[in-house]
Design a binder for this molecule. Structure first.
Ligand code: PLP
Length: 228
């Protein structure tokens, strides 16, 4: 199957899940492009993915130089170290993986210096796993409040990477918890925070994520094949 065939099949499955959930809004397909070549990235964009998501700054910088992402928005979805924030701010449309107040402050500082406003999502460690990088739920409030003091970034929503399911359906309760957090946060109306995007669901569980309210899914393997 070509990348274009895979995009078509994923779109069909996304659409079916959306219809089953009775939703009338649309869901973004973000291609998780880690380890993929600039040429594979271009094929995915030509096939109509809505955005590309990269995990590593170095790899992203190389593909930016190769003009891989022309015609599609670029998201950063990996763990972002403070000293690498400078490579992301202003270069990507959305940083999905903001997981601490310190990281927010650094993004804000660099964005102001560059006279830009960086859109971000707050990544939540929804299952409280020690191996995962998201912010704890108890940190969310602090992060949302601090956004009100920042003019260099805008919080646009939430992101999560729940534990990989061993059996179908296992991640669904985590998606449901994320959706609740998303709706609760939206209702509280923090300054400089809008809840437009709920990014959750990967190759193995994106239909469950859509059933539970994801507005963006991040797909790698199902789109490009197994990573080596
Ligand atoms: C790799 C990755 C994905 C996609 O994973 P697949 O299982 O290959 O679809 C999604 N989100 C993040 C943050 C990733 O690193």
């Amino acid at each position: 199957m070509s990348i274009a065939d895979n995009v078509e099949e994923i779109r069909r499955r996304m659409e079916a899940a959306r219809a089953r959930a009775g939703r009338s809004d649309s869901v973004l397909l973000v291609a998780a492009t880690k380890t993929r070549t600039a040429d594979e990235v271009r094929q995915a964009i030509a096939a109509g993915v809505d955005a590309c998501g990269e995990n590593r700054i170095q790899e992203m910088t190389e593909k930016l130089s190769a003009n891989a992402y022309v015609d599609a928005p670029l998201h950063f979805i990996g763990t972002l170290q403070k000293h690498k924030v400078k490579y992301a701010v202003g270069s990507v449309q959305l940083i999905e993986s903001v997981n601490s107040p310190e990281l927010m402050r650094e993004i804000d500082r660099l964005a102001l210096r560059r006279q830009t406003v960086q859109d971000v999502l707050l990544e939540i460690n929804i299952a409280g796993e020690s191996t995962k990088s998201g912010a704890g739920r108890e940190q969310l409030e602090e992060m949302l409040c601090s956004a009100g003091q920042m003019k260099g970034l805008r919080v646009r929503g939430l992101m999560a990477i729940p534990p990989a399911a061993q059996e179908p359906g296992q991640t669904r309760p985590f998606f449901a918890q994320m959706y609740k957090l998303f709706v609760d946060t939206a209702s509280k109306k923090y300054d400089n925070v809008t809840m437009d995007i709920l990014s959750m669901g990967m190759s193995g569980d994106f239909e469950d994520a859509i059933m539970e309210g994801a507005t963006a899914v991040r797909i790698g393997t199902a789109l490009f094949g197994q990573r080596i």
